[in-house]
Design a protein around this ligand. Structure first.
Ligand SMILES: NC(=O)CC[C@H](N)C(=O)O
Length: 368
């Protein structure tokens, strides 16, 4: 069956439908990863977005039971140059078409994804619609216009109730804005006792758990759409060591008085070079974001710029100069992509240890 991807500017791409047959409107973004389509499709940060893979052959190693970043994919559509319906890999359990059908995600194959990507790069991110090619009765552009822009993606993908992944190590509260499993995996690998809480869990409830540390996860949409989290972070960071990733980084920075802005077409892929001023090293990072903290806004806060994107000089990391808190815009948990920055989880646990030692020393001094 024929299907079209129509962009807001009127550009039409015609291809073959696969996956779910439903019509879908979303923000059209591109991901430059050569592999990792399963992790990309299951990353909740794509809620509301139609994702294009720039790598031309997609589906060739199928879908397996191990590589999900959530079991509830939230992406609104999937665009490929060539869908491979004969996957060949020892881990493959089903093909991409079956996966997309089972999760009600519409796909389109046979699209000139290079042309599509060039358009998005020149014009900036646009909304688009995946629709049956034959539709004559309604103008696809009118349908895009009639579809309200989302501002509630985080509430769609966050957990509703808190839950615990037990461990004998540090007690970490993990605030779920649309968590990738990779973040939880890195903490449990390090024996942490993790309490995952909803995006709108209050500061009072978090402090009542007496955590050793707080982690703020990735998540979809505009960070300014989650004001309750910004308020919570302001109350928690003076006393609990905090580490933020991606949306969590943006929320931490907003909570400290910085500002965020939308990037022209974002960073999505597995090969984004980032320079870390602290280690004086460049790392390859996995990224997926459309917003960023603005550099100028950091200057008037108590934050310090710690990392920078080498492609476009945008903010990739900050740390608080008084409180034990730091964050990065990219994904140290990788999945997909390189795990060069995996040691940030160790840096976080080290920060907790240092903070607790310092607290003990201060209490001893106070008593003496
Ligand atoms: N992966 C993320 O957490 C993305 C953060 C935010 N939704 C953005 O697009 O910038």
């Amino acid at each position: 069956m024929k299907r079209q991807l129509v962009l807001e500017d009127g550009t039409v791409f015609t291809g073959e439908a696969f996956g779910s047959m439903k019509e879908s409107v979303g923000e059209v973004v591109f991901n430059t990863g050569m592999t990792g389509y399963q992790e990309t499709l299951s990353d909740p940060s794509y809620c509301g977005q139609i994702v294009t893979m720039t790598y031309p052959l997609i589906g060739n190693y199928g879908i397996n039971r191990d590589d999900f970043e959530t079991i509830n994919p939230a992406v609104f559509g999937f665009v490929v140059k060539e869908f491979c319906d004969t996957p060949s890999n020892f881990r493959s359990d089903e093909d991409l078409d079956q996966f997309l059908q089972a999760n009600d995600i519409p796909g389109i194959t046979g699209v000139d994804t290079r042309k599509l990507t060039k358009i998005i790069r020149q014009h900036g991110t646009m909304r688009g619609i995946l629709t049956a090619a034959e539709t004559e009765e309604t103008d696809p552009l009118k349908k895009i216009e009639a579809t309200p822009r989302l501002n509630d993606q985080v509430s769609r993908v966050s957990t509703i109730k808190p839950y615990v992944s037990p461990g004998r190590g540090y007690r970490i509260v993990l605030v779920d804005f649309g968590m990738k499993h990779g973040i939880l995996r890195e903490l449990t690998t390090r024996h942490c006792h993790v309490t995952v809480v909803p995006y709108n869990y209050s500061a009072e409830n978090i402090l009542r758990l007496k955590p050793d540390g707080m982690m703020l996860t990735n998540g979809p949409g505009n960070p300014k759409d989650v004001p309750e989290a910004i308020e919570m972070i302001q109350k928690v960071i003076p006393s609990i060591p905090t580490f933020g990733i991606c949306l969590g980084h943006q929320l931490l920075a907003l909570a400290c008085g910085a500002d965020s802005a939308k990037l022209k077409f974002g960073h999505r892929g597995s090969n984004h070079p980032v320079y870390d001023y602290e280690t004086k090293k460049t790392y390859m990072t996995s990224q997926n974001h459309g917003y960023a903290i603005t550099k100028e806004s950091i200057e008037k806060t108590e934050l310090e710029l710690t990392q920078i994107a080498l492609n476009d000089d945008t903010v990739e990391g900050v740390k608080h100069t008084t409180y034990p808190a730091f964050s990065v815009q990219y994904h140290p948990e990788a999945s997909p992509g390189p795990d060069d920055t995996n040691q940030l989880f160790d840096r976080f646990l080290q920060m907790i240890e240092n903070y607790q030692t310092q607290q003990k020393e201060e209490t001893t001094h106070a008593k003496a």
